[in-house]
Ligand binder design. Structure first.
Ligand code: EPZ
Length: 422
């Protein structure tokens, strides 16, 4: 297995291009299942999760061609044969559940393996299932699969989620666009990835209003056409690279970055003493010179501080002056980076969903590993600040969500390389 080797302590300077959003792309790709005309997605990130979604769609009979080295995906579902999403693919990636809504909407039935638990929490899919039930789908859970059917089509309904779920909002959107009548989603997720999905579906002919607010209204249509849609920029990759100069020193401009996508995070970063500003080409962060100041962080659905940047922010707070408190309110087990950071000399106490970080002056390099994507990248960031050598193993987690991470960071002066495993 490959690992990433980092020699910390070098300040950064330069520009990093930010890719299209993994989590937007994973919700946009299943939209192909709704139409027999081609859907072209541009600005796609080249990541293993995108390859997994490609395999899943192909297993259902969709054609997926890659252009421009995978940055453009042309998806076509004119000849859909399958309705079954196998456990072998779903277990690799939970976002596979997003084929459920469009399959039931277009084919009248679907069999999708239940994803099971994952490293950051139990992550049930009950809200997805209840939402589709509200649209008239019959659900049967057998052999670890959800068997959903709506032989005479879905009907619009009012669905109020008890709490915000990005995936359940997306699955419901992907189904309601072809349902008869009007669907109203209350307490809908407002994440930019949901907005991007609504925009793409509208380009395909869907009638949707209110995306980006807590109430989305969808007027079902009989059929959707093909479309071309650029994937929104990845706000989590953006936030991750905004933290790199804050941790290592120097200045980095993130090309294509937009402050409106990361407002709560950017405010928090500025409160640590970093200079954060919009530029003509993106977003720049400059180290203020002094040691970062401690800040408190509470994760929340958009527009709050994203859970997907909590681990990376913790890496910065490990070297801040003073004590920071991080509260994780979205997932119940998302501090697995903390014990690894301790191995690098950090001082962190975790009690349930709260972590107290007492900043230290310097981290020290160490061999570390993590069990999910964002935890792994927080260790890379910590390695940029640490004295000596850090080796991050289980790099396959990083490859799920960060394209060419070593190349992007070495281009701005980091001493980082991938070491091929045996
Ligand atoms: C999306 O996951 C993202 N994944 C996650 O990104 C992100 O952390 C999360 O949203 C929150 O922003 C994709 O978009 C592919 P949720 P999702 O449904 O949709 C609970 C990353 O690192 N819940 O908004 O699965 C759930 O357990 C990843 O890129 C239910 O109880 O998240 C969680 O506690 C990790 N029942 C909370 O809701 C349900 O049916 C919010 O989860 C659905 C969710």
């Amino acid at each position: 297995m490959d690992s990433i080797l980092i020699h910390g302590g070098t300040p950064l300077a330069g520009r990093i291009p930010i890719a299209g959003a993994k989590n937007a792309c994973l919700a946009l790709m299943p939209a192909t299942l709704l139409s027999d005309e081609p859907l072209t997605l541009t600005n796609c990130p080249r990541l293993s999760d995108i390859r997994t979604m490609t395999q899943l769609l192909q297993s259902l009979g969709a054609e997926v061609s890659q252009l421009q080295g995978g940055q453009v995906l042309v998806l076509s579902s004119h000849d859909l044969a399958g309705v079954r999403a196998d456990y072998d693919i779903v277990r690799k990636m939970r976002a596979s559940i997003l084929v459920l809504g469009p399959l039931v909407a277009r084919r009248g039935r679907a069999e999708v393996s239940l994803p099971g638990g994952c490293a950051i929490g139990a992550r049930p899919v009950d809200l997805h299932l209840r939402a589709l039930e509200a649209l008239g789908a019959a659900m049967d859970l057998r052999d670890g699969y959800v068997h959903a059917s709506a032989p005479s089509g879905l009907r619009g309904a009012v669905v109020e989620f008890p709490f915000v779920s990005v995936g359940a909002t997306e699955n419901l959107l992907l189904a309601a666009v072809l349902a008869r009548g009007t669907t109203v989603i209350r307490n809908a997720a407002r994440e930019p990835e949901v907005v991007d999905l609504a925009r793409c579906l509208r380009r395909m002919g869907a009638r949707i209003a209110g995306e980006g607010t807590g109430v989305i209204e969808i007027e079902g249509v009989d059929r959707l056409a093909g479309a071309t849609h650029p994937v929104v920029v990845d706000r989590i990759e953006l936030g991750t690279y905004m933290l790199a100069p804050a941790i290592a020193g120097g200045e980095v401009e993130c090309l294509g970055g937009r402050l409106d996508l990361v407002a709560a995070f950017a405010d928090t970063l500025a409160r640590t003493g970093m200079e954060v500003r919009a530029t003509a080409d993106g977003v720049a962060v400059r180290h203020g010179g002094a040691r970062p100041r401690a800040v408190d962080v509470v994760t929340a659905p958009f527009p709050g501080f994203p859970t997907d940047l909590q681990a990376q922010m913790m890496a910065l707070l490990c070297i801040a002056e003073g004590e920071s408190v991080l509260e994780e309110r979205i997932f119940e087990n998302r501090f697995m980076h903390a014990p690894e950071l301790l191995r690098m000399g950090a001082r962190i106490e975790v009690h349930g969903g709260t972590a107290r970080v007492h900043g230290v002056e310097r981290l020290r390099g160490a061999p570390v590993m993590a069990t999910d994507l964002r935890a792994s990248v927080s260790l890379i960031l910590a390695g940029l600040a640490a004295a000596g050598e850090t080796v991050v193993s289980r790099v396959y987690h990083l490859d799920r969500g960060y394209e060419r991470l070593e190349a992007k960071l070495s281009a701005v002066g980091a001493r980082i390389e991938r070491v091929q495993g045996t």
